[in-house]
Design a binder for this molecule. Structure first.
Ligand SMILES: Nc1ncnc2c1ncn2[C@@H]1O[C@H](COP(=O)(O)OP(=O)(O)O)[C@@H](O)[C@H]1O
Ligand SMILES: [Mg+2]
Length: 316
């Protein structure tokens, strides 16, 4: 689904100047280059900016300062990565994103959506609340309670223990009995336990669907010889056309978390129906790009600019 041509440069406050788009990232990787190139080709001015370098400054006109923007603010922002840091640093960076939104800067994704997706327990809660199929999930801070859950649940099958803020398949563990549970200190004191969905065929596989602004952009199957099917864990990306049912659940999952941009992981349950494993608010797409015949970055950039111009038209 290639992007529609975008009129450029976009008018801002009556002048015709290129929209300045902050790409929030802690590293200038392939994704940032792809996005920056796509924005530039569409007539916008992309500016990569590390959230670690953003400041709250109440003496400034806007109350905050973004590297690369002088005293001004971006017209919109794409959040690629928050970056590693202490709880205080991450809180400040999310605060900067909230502050930008307070100042009317549109972000993809919004700070709220990023918070909702990154906290896997909140994501599971909101998916279930919206009636979206997702494996049964239990989250507790008590080892004794986690043991009770494992003793009860492992009779029907294993549980998957996931880091609350995990990504790319790191730190997942299969729990077959209560004694497999780690000490609370190894997992930040939170046990996120989800029922394991057994493979239906000979392979372990799940589907990644990329959603942007209420539409499915691209999809792939991820197949592997072991149960963690992230591309980063060595799974093979395969071109795939999602069914209507898979598209529908992916779109509903993104909407339930308020994510304009989302990488939705789907797995097939025993009955063949799709279930949502998680929703990524800062998903990468290099694996997906390798099996997709158009520039995903260009579609994403076009969607951001299109939404920006719709908002501007509505304001004038
Ligand atoms: N409940 C589950 N049942 C079966 N496989 C799972 C389950 N949860 C996760 N997985 C496998 O582990 C991978 C990573 O899990 P996921 O929840 O997407 O976390 P991450 O943020 O690390 O990608 C999934 O893509 C899938 O292959
Ligand atoms: Mg995942």
């Amino acid at each position: 689904m290639p992007p529609a041509p975008h009129p450029s440069p976009l008018p801002v406050n009556g002048e015709r100047r290129a929209s300045r788009i902050a790409i929030f990232t802690d590293k200038l990787d392939w994704h940032v280059e792809e996005l920056a190139g796509a924005f530039a080709r569409l007539g916008a001015a992309p500016v990569p900016a590390p959230l670690a370098g953003c400041k709250i400054d109440t003496t400034q006109r806007h109350g905050l300062a973004i590297p690369g923007f002088g005293g001004a603010l971006p017209d919109a922002g794409v959040v690629r990565a928050i970056g590693d840091g202490s709880l205080e640093m991450i809180t400040l960076r999310l605060g900067v994103l909230h502050a930008l939104e307070e100042r009317g800067v549109r972000l993809v994704n919004s700070a709220r959506a990023i918070e909702r997706c990154t906290d896997k327990s909140m994501a599971s809660f909101l998916l279930a609340k919206a009636g979206i199929a997702t494996p049964a999930t239990f989250v507790t801070q008590s080892l004794a309670e986690a043991r009770r859950i494992a003793r009860r649940d492992c009779q029907r099958g294993p549980l998957v223990l996931k880091p609350l803020f995990g990504a790319q398949g790191w730190g997942l563990k299969l729990i077959r009995e209560a004694s497999d549970l780690p000490a609370p200190s190894e997992i930040g004191g939170v046990f996120y336990l989800q029922r394991f969905v057994a493979p239906r065929g000979a392979h372990f596989e799940d589907m990644r669907i990329l959603v942007s602004h209420g539409k499915v952009v691209a999809a792939m199957l991820r197949r592997h010889g072991q149960w963690i099917t992230n591309v980063r864990q060595g799974a093979k990306p395969l071109a795939a056309t999602p069914s209507d049912r898979q598209c529908d659940i992916a779109l509903r999952a993104a909407a339930a978390l308020g994510a304009d941009f989302a990488g939705v992981d789907l797995i097939e349950g025993a009955d063949g129906a799709p279930m949502v494993l998680e929703v990524n608010s800062m998903a990468g797409w290099s694996g997906l790009q390798s099996v997709t015949g158009f520039s995903i970055a260009e579609t994403l950039a076009a969607n951001v600019l299109e939404r920006l111009s719709i908002l501007r038209c509505a304001q004038t």
